[in-house]
Design a protein around this ligand. Structure first.
Ligand code: NAP
Length: 324
C-alpha cells in the first residue's frame, strides 16, 4: 500500500483500501457481545468509531474530557441507532489522577472489556507541561494511554478468558511517527523547552504509540494472553486535531486534497483492526488504509520499545508516588 493505492483508493490484500469506510469494513460483523472503550470518542475519528461500533451492536464507553461534546456524540448515535448502548465517562489523559479515577469508575461498573481503542490525541501544541509535569503531547498521547491500558489490562485478560473471545487493543498512531527527534524519544530531555519542536514532539508521541503497542504485544504473547495489540495510521482527515495549525492545514489541504480522507474513511483502519475477523491473532502490527504496513526502523526497534516501556513505568510510578 503506497501513495498510488492511497490516491486511487484501490483495495490492498485485505480487500479494503484508503476509500473504504468504517461501515464497509465492519459490514456483517455482529459486535453485540462486545464492550469497547474509545478514548476521545466525543469527536473526529473517535466519534465515528463509536458510532460504527454502536451500529454493530457493541456496548460503547466514550471516554472524554469534554462531557458536553460526549453527550452530543451520544445523541447523534442514538438518532440513527435508537437501540445503541452508549455510556459516557470522564477522562483527562494528561492527568494520571484522572486516568486512575476513570479506570476505578469503569472497573466498579463490573462490565466486561473486549476492546480498548487508544484514540484520543493532541497535535503540534506549543511547549506545555501536564499537571504531572510531563511534556503535554507525550503525556496525553502516550503516558495517559500507557497507564490506562495497564490499569485495564487484567479486566481485558479476564474477559478474554471467561468469554473465549480475543481481546483487542488498538493504538492510534500516525505516519508522523517518522518525523521525530534524532534518537526517536528524547528520554533525558523530554520536558525541556530548549530544543522543543511541536511537530517533532507529536512525531515522538506517535512513535511511542507504536513502540508501546509492539512491546505490550510481545509481553502478552509471552504470557499466552488472548489479547492482541496493534497500531494504526488513520490517514489525513480534517478534524479538531488541527486546532494549533488550522490555517496551515487548510492551505496544505488545498494543494494535497487527493491525499485526504473524510472521517468515515478515517475511522476505517481502527474499526478494521478492532473488529474484522481476518485480523484474529494478528498482533504487534501497524496498519495503514486497512492493510498491514511497515513503520519506520525506529518503530521496529525492539530495544527502544523495551526502553520506552521501562521509562514510562518509572515515570508513572514517580509521578503517582509524588502526588498521592
Ligand atoms: N486527523 C488526522 O489527520 C490524523 C492523522 C494521523 C493520526 N491521527 C490520530 O487520530 C487520533 C484521533 O484524532 P482526530 O483527528 O479524531 O482528532 P480530534 O477530532 O481532535 O479528536 C481527538 C480527541 O481526543 C480528545 N483529547 C485530547 N486531549 C485529551 C485529553 N487530555 N484527555 C482526553 N481526551 C483528549 C479530544 O477531546 P477535546 O475535544 O476535549 O480536545 C478529542 O475528542 C489522534 O490520536 C491523532 O493523533 C489523526
Amino acid at each position: 500500500m503506497g501513495i498510488f493505492s492511497l490516491v486511487t483508493g484501490l483495495p490492498g490484500p485485505s480487500g479494503f483500501g484508503s476509500s473504504s469506510t468504517a461501515e464497509q469494513v465492519t459490514g456483517g460483523v455482529d459486535a453485540s457481545n462486545l464492550t469497547v472503550i474509545i478514548t476521545g470518542g466525543a469527536s473526529g475519528i473517535g466519534a465515528e468509531t463509536a458510532r460504527v461500533f454502536a451500529l454493530r451492536g457493541a456496548h460503547v464507553i466514550i471516554a472524554a474530557r469534554n462531557m458536553e461534546a460526549a453527550t452530543d456524540a451520544k445523541q447523534l448515535i442514538l438518532k440513527t441507532t435508537p437501540s445503541a448502548r452508549v455510556d459516557l465517562l470522564e477522562l483527562d489523559l494528561s492527568s494520571l489522577k484522572s486516568v486512575r479515577a476513570f479506570s476505578d469508575k469503569f472497573l466498579s461498573m463490573d462490565l466486561p472489556l473486549n476492546i480498548l481503542i487508544n484514540n484520543a490525541g493532541v497535535m503540534f501544541c506549543p511547549h506545555q507541561l501536564s499537571e504531572d509535569g510531563t511534556e503535554m503531547q507525550f503525556a496525553t498521547n502516550h503516558i495517559g494511554h500507557f497507564q490506562l491500558t495497564n490499569l485495564l489490562l487484567e479486566k481485558m485478560k479476564s474477559t478474554a478468558r471467561k468469554t473465549g473471545i480475543e481481546g483487542r487493543i488498538v493504538n492510534l498512531s500516525s505516519v508522523a511517527h517518522i518525523y521525530t527527534y534524532e534518537d526517536g524519544i528524547r528520554f533525558s530531555e523530554l520536558n525541556e523547552k530548549y530544543g522543543y519542536s511541536g511537530k517533532k514532539a507529536y512525531g515522538q508521541s506517535k512513535l511511542a504509540n507504536i513502540l508501546h503497542a509492539n512491546e505490550l504485544s510481545r509481553r502478552l504473547q509471552e504470557e499466552g494472553a488472548n489479547v492482541t495489540v496493534n497500531s494504526v495510521h488513520p490517514g489525513l482527515i480534517m478534524t479538531n486535531l488541527m486546532r494549533h495549525t488550522f490555517f496551515l492545514m487548510r492551505m496544505l489541504k488545498i494543494v494535497t486534497y487527493i491525499l485526504w480522507k473524510n472521517v468515515q474513511q478515517g475511522a476505517a483502519t481502527t474499526c478494521y483492526a478492532a473488529l474484522h475477523p481476518s485480523v484474529k491473532g494478528v498482533t504487534g502490527k501497524y496498519f495503514v488504509d486497512c492493510n498491514e504496513a511497515k513503520p519506520s526502523s525506529l518503530a521496529r526497534d525492539e530495544t527502544l520499545a523495551r526502553r520506552l516501556w521501562d521509562f514510562s513505568e518509572k515515570l508513572v510510578k514517580a509521578k503517582t508516588c509524588d502526588r498521592w
